[in-house]
Design a protein around this ligand. Structure first.
Ligand code: FSX
Ligand code: SF4
Ligand code: F3S
Length: 314
């Protein structure tokens, strides 16, 4: 084993992650990305010995920062590894040390230096009414900042339903005219929606880019097919209690009732495209339906207006 790999595995050990744990994660990630198992060693290489570290500018607009929170809880790579070793993050408001004017300067310098080459990750929606006056950072509107930065990126990744579709900020009556990045700027974006989105889908997208030199295949709304190709309902373990749109009303035993289909409690799983049943959250601990809560369709465009009241049958 060469020096670089040795140092990598030693670092993992100090964090209590064995080589076997790491390979298990790479197997999970490779399967999530829809690649065959022959890619597992190559996926591991992306982390262990990154050949390139693409520069990233990470913007925040109107949102709750739950998307960054979900990323900070990704099981592996820990966010500092992802951030500092696989990517070269030049600007990220939540985790960078700089503040105020220095932060503004960092953003300008990064965009100038990596013009046409950086990946722009965006969290949050953009206000468009009143010249974007409903949302500002450092005296500039979200709209101004996005118009300046996004067109200069090699690719724009919208992380979360807010930057993808506008989300809660865009809920009726939407006084600020909030929109997702693609609609606000009239550009194409890669969208990883969810409120919050699952970090494994962002990691999978980035690894796909580093491994194959291109972004993954997308559906018509810009979502990676590997993650959003099927509905929640298609992959739901409670599906056994849902038959042809009818519900098995009586299960005959308490055991069976634990896995009742939540359709009548308002579950939006049949109309929601996401991989939550497979990817799960918090180190694979659980996901909404496993925890007993109906899916509210958080990754779908306009879900606040389209799917409310959440607890009523569709
Ligand atoms: Fe939105 Fe993300 Fe929901 Fe929150 O950045 S998708 S409100 S989890 O924080 O944008
Ligand atoms: Fe479908 Fe929801 Fe029922 Fe699961 S709980 S089978 S996603 S309707
Ligand atoms: Fe969201 Fe439904 Fe998954 S509410 S987190 S898409 S189960």
């Amino acid at each position: 084993m060469d020096k670089e790999h040795k140092a990598f595995y030693e670092k993992l050990e100090t964090r209590g992650i064995s080589r076997r744990d790491f390979m298990r994660y790479c197997t999970f990630l490779t399967a999530t990305m829809g690649l065959s198992s022959s890619f597992v060693p190559k996926v591991a290489e992306v982390f262990a010995a990154p050949a390139q570290r693409p520069p990233v500018v990470w913007l925040h607009f109107a949102e709750c920062t739950g998307c960054s929170e979900s990323l900070l809880r990704s099981q592996y790579p820990y966010v500092d590894d992802l951030v500092l070793e696989v990517l070269s993050v030049e600007y990220h408001e939540t985790i960078m040390a700089a503040a105020g004017h220095q932060a503004e300067e960092n953003l300008k310098a990064a965009v100038k230096k990596y013009d046409g080459k950086f990946i722009c990750v965006v969290e949050g929606a953009i206000a468009t009414k009143f010249d974007g006056g409903y949302g500002k950072i450092g005296g500039r509107t979200f709209l101004e900042i996005a118009q300046e930065v996004c067109p200069k990126a090699a690719a724009v990744i919208c992380y979360g339903s807010c930057s993808a579709w506008g989300n809660i900020q865009a809920a009726e009556p939407n006084p600020g005219g909030y929109k997702g990045v693609s609609e606000a700027l009239g550009i194409k974006t890669l969208n990883i929606p969810g409120c919050p989105p699952n970090p494994v889908n962002l990691v999978g997208t980035v690894v796909n880019y580093l491994l194959l030199g291109k972004l993954p295949a997308l559906d018509s709304t810009g979502r990676p097919m590997f993650a959003y190709g099927q509905t929640i309902h298609d992959q739901c373990p409670r599906r056994a209690h849902y038959e042809y749109g009818e519900f098995v009303e009586s299960f005959g035993s308490e055991e069976a009732a634990k896995g009742w289909c939540l359709y009548k409690m308002g579950c939006k799983g049949p109309e929601t495209y996401n991989n939550c049943p497979i990817a799960k959250f918090n180190d694979g601990t659980s996901w909404p339906i496993e925890a007993g809560h109906p899916c509210i369709g958080c990754s779908e465009p306009g879900f606040w207006d389209k799917f409310t009241p959440f607890f009523e049958e569709m």
